[in-house]
Design a protein around this ligand. Structure first.
Ligand code: FES
Length: 101
């Protein structure tokens, strides 16, 4: 394994959009509307000309699995947050992700 570096700093949010079958006995972020958040973040970042420098990435389960909303992780930093998958929650993620950019 070899570490790689980008020529510029990148900010990223990983959004869990894992989907489980309804009978799985455990909730999933994808079942709570996380894919719509990923789509909206990507669309907004592109519209703002930030694509490539600020990235929203669909991710798999982070083993927190809330009953509502979804789990996101910000990089650099690796902090995890539980957010609502509402337009307001998406706006919160976007604000943190693009703060100072
Ligand atoms: S399904 Fe999202 S953290 Fe597990």
């Amino acid at each position: 394994m070899k570490a790689v570096k980008r020529p510029y700093e990148v900010r990223q949010v990983l959004v869990c959009a894992n989907v489980r079958d309804p009978g799985a006995g455990k909730p999933s972020c994808g079942g709570n509307g996380a894919q719509a958040m990923v789509d909206e973040l990507k669309k907004t970042l592109k519209a703002r000309g930030l694509k490539g420098r600020v990235i929203a990435t669909k991710a798999g389960c982070m083993d927190i699995c809330p009953d509502q909303g979804c789990i996101v992780a910000f990089n650099p930093g690796g902090e995890f947050f539980h957010v609502d998958t509402t337009p307001e929650g998406t706006a919160e993620v976007l604000a943190r992700l693009t703060e100072g950019v």
